[in-house]
Ligand binder design. Structure first.
Ligand code: G6Q
Length: 546
């Protein structure tokens, strides 16, 4: 495949960037009263405002042309068709099938996956309804009061983010917790106040061989047995979510209590599968299905809308515009919605594990920038932490601002204050404040002399800093499903244009392997000497301190 930078549209964009680099968005808004209408889209009642970007009609046309020349349409069709687009692992990528509420046949290896998807959804429904209604009882006949999900990475971040996001829909009599870190503190803190007789563990691992998860699951089982002293009780307190039935049985979990998913579900795209069981336990299966529905609607939008009205396509293209043509290295996700507290972390994995690649699909080193560094925090906390750099630092940081028009709570004027910040920050980033404006302001405050000029310089904001704003009615299960799917497809669009495999994660392997060697060396009384001097030094210093 042609390298992206050799595509005519890429070259045209590089040239165009030089034309536009010195144009200020202030002027673009001033000269076009219809800029907002021109550069915003609706998806249901969700507004995607991308008018505060350093783009003109020409930029947009060139970006859309880049998408066309990259064969994006074929790539999208290939994913939905079940082609093995995860080339290194020779797997289809079919998280869209998990939320295919239209039930249209989707084939993996020539076989429609929908009957299996629906079978597991039924199993999840029966189980979650039994637990939530108190029909599923612990070994001493008490109903379940706490669920502890043990998983890591894709088997943790998605459900954890979604359970937090959907807190207003959760049943307070059923606490849902997440343990992921191999650091014993995580497990111990989470178990501290739990009663084993009313606790249900979900061991979530696609492979059922991930070190952290298996060690935590074994320690959880030991904690449970030390208190309950009856291994027959495990069946009532441990369920598994996995693709590996053999290992699940070896661990001692009844295969009847295993919720299956498949190799065509990537870890970081798996919250729609049985990995979402803790979500369904927390909010009920109807709401879990509403989450799937919200994502499905976005899938249909992504699959069928022309690129110029296709939100994930535009999100992806705008990211490429800044990353590859303005040398932006980071991207901020800024939810003005406390319930989306974990969204930045979730998308950090989604984006960075998917597109943090430096060889293309043909194995050639890339000669362009790929995935950005994702970071963020809920507004307004971030404003009092890192926004200084966003406004006045030397780096260009494109941002996504997200907010709900309606809060789940009603407390004085809190929500209006939150929303005014959500609207003001993108405005400030875009407009900035000129030296002259700063100086005039200071003069009216009575500042004069040399100090006036220094202070005016410090109070100058360059502006012209791009952002998107996503404003939705309320954070419902359906809206959450849509939001996540928008980002998933944005990541897909970028991976397709960069011609990289967004669906493997080879970069996590090396450290894991080295840790195994070091783990055995920690037991050795002799000083380590087989590594570089720093690694040896760390091992030996650890041994001297422990
Ligand atoms: C995600 C990755 C990774 C994975 C974890 C857990 O896309 O594959 O984060 O989810 O390593 O893997 P298991 O589910 O197999 O334990």
């Amino acid at each position: 495949m042609t390298r992206p930078i050799q595509l005519p549209a890429w070259r045209a964009l590089a040239e165009h960037q030089r034309d536009i680099a010195n144009i200020h968005m202030r002027d673009l808004f001033a000269t076009d009263p219809h800029r907002f209408e021109r550069f915003s889209l609706r998806f249901g009642d969700l507004l995607f405002d991308y008018s505060k970007n350093r783009i003109t009609e020409t930029t947009l046309n060139l970006l859309l042309e880049l998408a066309r020349q990259s064969g994006l349409a074929d790539r999208i069709a290939a994913m939905f068709r079940g082609d093995k687009i995860n080339l290194t692992e020779h797997r289809a990528v079919l998280h869209v099938a998990l939320r295919n509420r239209a039930n249209r046949p989707i084939l993996a290896d020539g076989k429609d996956v929908m009957p299996e998807v629906n079978r597991v959804l039924d199993q999840m429904r029966k189980f979650t309804e039994a637990v939530r209604a108190g029909r599923w009882r612990g070994c001493t006949g008490k109903p379940i009061e706490a669920v502890v999900n043990i998983g890591i990475g894709g088997s943790d971040l998605g459900p954890k983010m979604a359970v937090k996001a959907l807190t207003p829909y959760t049943d307070p009599s059923l606490r849902v917790r997440f343990v992921s870190n191999v650091d014993e503190t995580d497990l111990m803190q989470n178990l501290e106040d739990l009663d084993p007789e009313t606790t249900l563990f979900c061991v979530a691992s696609k492979t059922f061989s991930t070190q952290e998860t298996m060690v935590n699951a074994e320690s959880a089982r030991a904690w449970f047995l030390a208190r309950v002293r009856d291994s027959a009780a495990i069946v009532k307190h441990f369920v598994a979510i996995s693709t590996n039935a053999v290992k699940v049985a070896e661990f001692g979990i009844d295969p009847a209590n295993m919720f299956e998913f498949w190799d065509w579900v990537g870890g970081r795209y798996s919250l729609w599968s049985a990995i979402g069981l803790p979500i369904a336990l927390a909010v009920g299966m109807d709401r879990f299905e509403a989450l799937l529905e919200g994502a499905h609607q976005v899938d249909e939008h992504f699959r069928t809308e022309p690129f110029e009205r296709n939100i994930p396509v535009l999100m992806g293209l705008l990211g490429i515009w800044y990353g590859d043509f303005f040398s932006a290295e980071t991207y901020a996700i800024l939810p003005y919605d406390q319930y989306l507290e974990y969204l930045p972390t979730y998308l950090q994995q989604g984006d960075m594990e998917s597109n943090g690649k430096s060889v293309d699909k043909e194995g050639r080193p890339v000669d362009y920038e790929t995935g950005p560094i994702i970071f963020g925090q809920p507004g307004t906390n971030g404003q009092h932490a890192f926004y200084q750099l966003l406004h006045q630092g030397t780096k260009l940081v494109p941002c996504d601002f997200l907010a709900a028009a309606q809060s789940h709570h009603h407390l004085g004027r809190h929500h209006e204050l939150l929303i005014s910040n959500f609207i003001a920050q993108p405005e400030a980033l875009m407009r900035g404040k000129t030296f002259e404006e700063a100086k005039t302001e200071l003069e009216t405050e009575g500042v004069a002399g040399e100090h006036l000029l220094t202070l005016a310089a410090a109070k100058t904001f360059p502006g012209n800093r791009p952002s998107n704003a996503i404003l939705y009615r309320k954070l419902t299960p359906e809206t959450l499903g849509s939001l996540i799917a928008l980002y998933e497809h944005k990541i897909f669009v970028q991976g397709a244009i960069w011609n990289i495999n967004s669906f493997d994660q080879m970069g996590v392997e090396l450290g894991k392997r080295l840790a195994k060697t070091i783990f055995t060396e920690l037991d050795d009384a002799r000083p380590a000497d087989s590594h570089d001097s720093s690694t040896n030094g760390l091992i030996n210093h650890y041994k001297s301190l422990r």
